[in-house]
Design a protein around this ligand. Structure first.
Ligand SMILES: [Zn+2]
Ligand SMILES: [Zn+2]
Ligand SMILES: [Zn+2]
Ligand SMILES: [Zn+2]
Length: 260
């Protein structure tokens, strides 16, 4: 009996009849997931992979500079020969199963291959034989609770969706807040300019030479001067601006009060 057979759960019906061209030189068994090197040598994928871990050359002809990237899958003809090799199931002792169908045998037909519960998707840990599965299924707590589980999952899904839309709404609000902050800073700048402008007018300084005020047209200067013609008016304007800003600006608003 081959080690491959024990690992895979089968034995070959007639090992001596297997074509020597489909035998892997590394493991000495019919190829599994065969791959072909650029020098045209075929190996099992896992066999050549562990060989490349030691040496980057062909196991047979020693051609160098090889890696997994240089390999191509074996052709259909080779796959057909491998699939047709007849095996015997070690669990149920069924015979003459095509090796290509063996996975299907275990999954859907073998009476003695351990099966998972149909509620394994709900994390039922039960593993047993196919002929015991029926009695487990009728008593399986997970299967009984399936409608409740599915209801919870549906609600969870809805909550996740709502959460996602709330997060995007939150982002929109953050952007709006940033815009408001920018507008606030601009207004604050205008107020400061006006304060300096008003102050220099009162103290008789030459406004046109002041760098900050030089960009203002004369009529605008007059308008601003009119707006802040007295200290009371100026405070009133600052208060009005502050009232229109969100609560988070309180810190900034207070700071501007101190300045004015
Ligand atoms: Zn091999
Ligand atoms: Zn080679
Ligand atoms: Zn079987
Ligand atoms: Zn179960």
């Amino acid at each position: 009996m081959s080690t491959e057979g024990i690992v895979r759960g089968y034995d070959f019906m007639d090992a001596s009849s297997i074509d020597e061209h489909v035998i892997c030189a590394i493991c000495a068994h019919p190829f599994i997931d065969p791959v072909v090197t650029p020098c045209d040598h075929t190996f099992c994928k896992t066999c050549i992979k562990s060989w490349f871990d030691k040496k980057s050359e062909c196991y047979l002809c020693r051609k160098g500079g090889l890696s997994m990237k240089a390999l191509r899958p074996a052709n259909h003809c080779m796959m057909n020969i491998l699939d047709k090799i007849l095996v015997r199931c070690l669990a149920c002792e069924d015979e003459n199963i095509r090796r290509g169908d063996f996975a299907d045998h275990l999954e859907n037909h073998c009476l003695y291959h351990p099966q998972k519960c149909s509620a394994s998707d709900l994390k039922c840990p039960w593993v047993g034989l196919r002929n015991q599965a029926k009695s487990h299924h009728s008593a399986c707590v997970f299967e009984t609770l399936r409608p409740a589980f599915e209801d919870i999952l549906t609600r969870l899904h809805t909550i996740e969706k709502e959460n996602k839309s709330l997060r995007s709404e939150n982002n929109d609000l953050k952007e709006e807040l940033m815009t408001l902050e920018r507008e606030y800073n601009e207004l604050e700048g205008v107020i400061k300019n006006n304060e300096e402008h008003g102050h220099s007018r009162r103290t008789g300084k030459n406004v046109s030479k002041s760098k900050k005020s030089s960009d203002y047209a004369p009529e605008r200067r007059d308008k601003h001067h009119h707006m802040f013609s007295s200290d009371d008016d100026k405070d009133e304007t600052t208060r009005n601006i502050n009232t229109h800003l969100p609560a988070t600006h309180e810190g900034n608003a207070n700071a501007s009060h101190k300045h004015s």
